[in-house]
Design a protein around this ligand. Sequence first.
Ligand code: MG
Length: 261
Amino acid sequence: MLKHGYLIDMDGVIYRGAELIEGAAAFIQYLQETDIPFLFLTNNSAYTPLDVVVKLKKFGISTTVEHVYTSAMATAEFVHKQRPHGTALVIGEGGLLNALNDVGYAISRDYPDYVIVGEGRVLNFEMAEAAHRAIANGAHLISTNADTWCPTDNGPRPGCGAIAAMLESATGRKAYHVGKPNPFMMRAARKRINLATDEVIMIGDTMDTDIRGATDLGFRSILVLTGSTTRQTLREYPFEPTMVVESIAALVPALEEAIAR
Ligand SMILES: [Mg+2]
């Protein structure tokens, strides 16, 4: 089989809330044993890579921070590239704050270069007001991802994209979304696993982010039906994944078969 590697979304692929999806641990172990490159690729900007590693460990998956790439990291790289050593007012959590500090960004409410919105539960009206004022004073509005809602154990909650939309509506300015499917994040992920475009396979559960991002970049894609997409809703999209499987559990047998061929 050709050289290849995987970009792997987590929520809806590896786990759903606090529940591990069957076959996920075995698939990751298979990649590790066969030295197939992989990178966990998540639009959730609330957590640091270390937080993700610890969460996966609880599910019986051992990995290292080098195998995790979040939309918070992509966002930090983006603003650093645009304006090195700038300042940002942040509506988000530790994952985003840490990633920004790592690239030399300072967190500031006084005339920041950017207002950056991430996933999390920290929003209050005072923060919304400070963000609105900063944008009115010339700060650019950035969000770590455009997801308008996210699944939780107790049902849906508003996502980062919805908070960004509120600020767009209030200020009349458009947010720039860095996370999947933005080619900025997809390309940066490919470079991290050091593979060529036709060697990359994206595994995800969401058409608008995972499969759209892979399609735009020319990666192959595998849609799993354990998350946000059903066979019914899949038909509504003008693009298709390369392959559709019920769950990640189907992938180890499929890979072994491909190698045996
Ligand atoms: Mg997902």
